[in-house]
Design a protein around this ligand. Structure first.
Ligand code: MN
Length: 760
């Protein structure tokens, strides 16, 4: 059996054929009742289609449903449910939550057939035509890449994006697929949960955001957090519940006068308070190191008005004026995304005002149309076809950029992902060409980014820019509203420095490609130089020797070696030391190997049984990663590094999502056993208001805590606020959390949290 395949299949499928435990389930199942349930779910799906469908379309959907039922018969999900529930649920999400039409529903019903069953792409094309088989092909390609490789490997990511750029429905259905898998993630193993949830946070949530699927993005993020950091998730969820009553009261108090004023003006509207997502609250807490109680915008007030298309803008501004007559606005907190919508199509007016009891409150003003587009995104546009002409062209524009960025097969794919992702999530600015055409760029973009946006040739030859008639360097950061003119010279060439200040994926990949081209030319000269030098040293010019040299000088590839020879970085003295090493290595190699094995054995034994690693749960040599300093009790995983063996990270380590999503194939399971024998170093940050005797009290709490030893304590005071770092030895997380809890009780202390890294 293909182990790899079986492993990844477990994301969605399990076969019933030779699996005992599942046969047991199957025996207890009432097949008649199940058939009825499948039909009930199918009818519910049909009802949720927003648009009127023709009898012809209905017939095709039925045909797809029947085919999927037959193809997935006798297969069950991990939860024990019939597999067909999954494609129906995905189709339901497409119809109900994305507002997609019959083509997408048919594709969603069939999305796993080619991948998992005997049905071929040719069958699909014969039965449903070219369009649908193209989309299914895209979906199958993506799932081959994403699911079977255990991680989003760089080169494959490009293919995913290409499939997506072909037809946006491919990615919409894939997002629906992922959403349903996230909703049913509790049935998976802990390792699978962490992997799938990390990938969701890394790729799917940003994509959903980019496509304007706001409520889906929020749900993906919340579920992602729930599985990557359950503690934090539960804590916030609980606090939101605890404070719900109080919040409702406050929201009511805020809303009353606004409601009255809007009614008097004859508006038809809905006004309500919405809590922010758990994920965004968590992010804010982590970023600003504040507690839940300290976040002032736990919720926002939303006003959604009915408005005629031609009055939308003026109506929203009238509402703004009514609200700010009642509550005073915060001067710099006005965001007008109605005059200039975000490039994912988001339109709304945001302001922050001073509400009752001296609290800042965010108010969002928009029309019913804008609200629906913001929640359902791209797909909801069929309903507002005319009004969304511009919006559609913006999405088209974005897809064009994706396609373009992918065209350059030379750029480093992994770097490309990071550049690309940066662009997925960043805020935007709007700048103008000398002729007045508007260009959208990510916030922080420089004049050079703009140059590459206009044309690759202009970027490559840029020497400076005029922003609003004033001469500025290429590194000048642009602001919304700037008018930019690029100055060029035919003699100019891209340089390494440029990479330090461009931010768009496009500029980065174009510069990298040009630099690589330059390097290649230099390297070709270097190869000739190398031949001559080796001859002098009496070393043969052979590929084995060249390869040995690459690893001796710790270089990534042969081009880099030749390049360094060409620029004189590697010269005769270096080549001589290589020769020496080569001669001595030959003698020593057998002795060394024996030594290595011995030290490995003693080190492993010396460790005691602390951490078990891998599928077989063995005791292997490892290092605790300094970026998150895991201690027993932490949810951890092992990561196989290239030169330092296995490193152990916390699942909620700041680097975890990156590692798990980029390099899942290098991740190994790890689990603590026998955890009460040793102490571990952990850092605690304490903040608060300085007062006499505070340090004393804090140290008292620590020394009262049974079996905790303090290694160091450091306090800084500024303007009556103190900021302390305490290093303690603890046994496990339980122990640490109890200490943190007790420190929080000390009068004057406002926040206590565990530090991610421990600097020693
Ligand atoms: Mn699926």
């Amino acid at each position: 059996m293909n182990e790899h395949k079986a492993h990844t299949k477990s994301i969605e499928t399990i076969s019933t054929a030779n699996n005992n435990s599942n046969n047991n389930i199957a025996l207890q199942i009432d097949e008649e009742a199940e058939k009825k349930e499948i039909l009930r779910r199918y009818r519910k799906l049909l009802k949720s289609i927003k648009r009127k469908i023709t009898p012809e379309e209905r017939k095709n959907i039925r045909k797809a449903f029947d085919l999927a039922v037959k193809a997935h018969a006798n297969i069950r999900r991990k939860s024990g449910e019939p597999y067909i529930y999954h494609p129906i649920a995905v189709a339901q999400i497409c119809a109900e939550e994305m507002g997609l039409g019959d083509t997408s529903i048919i594709c969603a019903l069939l999305h796993d057939t080619v991948e998992d069953t005997d049905i071929t792409l040719q069958d699909i094309e014969k039965l449903f035509g070219k369009k649908i088989s193209t989309i299914i092909n895209g979906l199958t390609k993506i799932s081959n890449v994403l699911d079977n490789n255990k991680s989003i490997q760089a080169e494959n990511f490009r293919k995913v994006l290409l499939a997506m750029a072909e037809d946006v429905r491919v990615i919409l259905i894939k997002i629906a697929d992922r959403l349903h898998n996230m909703r049913t993630l509790e049935h998976m193993s802990r390792e699978q949960q962490i992997k799938i949830a990390s990938e969701t946070l890394f790729l799917y949530a940003p994509l959903a955001h980019r496509l304007g699927l706001n409520s889906i993005k929020t749900e993906l993020e919340d579920l992602g957090l729930k599985y990557t950091n359950p503690e934090a998730y539960n804590e916030i969820a609980e606090k939101l519940k605890e404070t719900e009553e109080e919040r409702k009261k406050y929201i009511n108090k805020f809303i009353q006068p606004v409601k009255k004023a809007l009614e008097e003006k004859g508006f038809k509207f809905r006004i309500f308070g919405r809590p922010k997502s758990i994920y965004s609250i968590h992010n804010k807490m982590a970023k600003k190191h504040v507690t839940f109680e300290e976040i002032y915008d736990i919720f926002a007030i939303r006003i959604v008005i009915d408005s005629e298309p031609e009055n939308e803008k003026s109506d929203c501004w009238e509402v703004y004026s009514i609200v700010t007559d009642i509550y005073h606005p915060y001067p710099d907190r006005l965001r007008d995304w109605i005059s200039t919508p975000k490039s994912n199509g988001y339109e709304s007016l945001h302001t922050t005002v001073m509400g009752p009891e001296g609290k800042w409150v965010e108010v969002q003003i928009r029309t019913t149309r804008m609200d629906e587009l913001a929640e359902k995104g791209y797909a909801a546009h069929w309903k507002y076809k005319e009004a969304s002409q511009e919006r559609e062209s913006r999405l088209e524009e974005w897809l064009r950029k994706v396609r373009e960025a992918l065209e350059n097969p030379d750029s480093d794919a992994l770097e490309f992902i990071d550049d690309f992702k940066l662009n997925l999530f960043s805020d935007e600015i709007y700048v103008f060409t000398p002729k007045g055409d508007m260009k959208t760029l990510p916030a922080g973009a420089t004049a050079l980014d703009f140059a590459f946006e206009i044309h690759t040739k202009i970027g490559e030859h840029a020497i400076g820019a005029k922003v609003n008639q004033k001469l500025v360097p290429l590194s000048h950061v642009l602001q919304s509203g700037d008018q930019v003119e690029i100055l060029t010279s035919t003699k100019q060439k891209p340089s390494e420095d440029w990479l330090k200040f461009v931010v768009t994926a496009r500029a980065k990949s174009k510069i990298k490609a040009a630099l690589k081209e330059q390097r290649k030319k230099v390297a070709e000269e270097g190869k000739e130089v190398m031949k001559r030098k080796l001859q002098k040293l009496d070393i043969p010019f052979e590929s084995d020797i060249i390869n040995e040299m690459i690893s001796f000088f710790k270089l990534p590839n042969v081009m880099e070696l030749y390049y360094r020879v060409a620029v004189g970085n590697i010269d005769l003295p270096e080549l001589k030391s290589f020769k020496k090493y080569k001669e001595s290595k030959h003698k020593k190699s057998t002795v060394e190997n024996n030594e290595k094995i011995e030290t490995l054995v003693t080190r492993t034994r010396g460790k005691g049984d602390l951490l078990v690693i891998g599928d077989k749960m063995e005791q292997l040599d490892y290092k605790l990663s300094p970026c998150c300093n895991p201690i027993p009790g932490d949810d951890v995983f092992g990561f196989i590094t290239t030169d330092e063996g296995i490193k152990i990270h916390r699942v909620n380590c700041p680097n975890a999502i990156h590692l798990l999503s980029h390099y899942a194939y290098r991740v190994v399971k790890a689990k603590w056993v026998n955890e009460h024998l040793l102490s571990f170093l952990a850092g605690i940050k304490v903040k608060g208001i300085d007062k006499l005797g505070l340090v004393n009290e804090i140290t008292k709490v620590i020394s009262n805590e049974h079996q905790v030893n303090m290694r160091s304590i450091k306090f800084d005071t500024e303007d009556g606020l103190f900021d302390g770092e305490i290093m303690v030895y603890v046994h496990d997380t339980k122990h640490l959390n109890r200490l943190i809890k007790n420190l929080k009780k000390v009068e004057g202390v406002t926040s206590v949290y565990r530090m991610d890294g421990v600097e020693s």
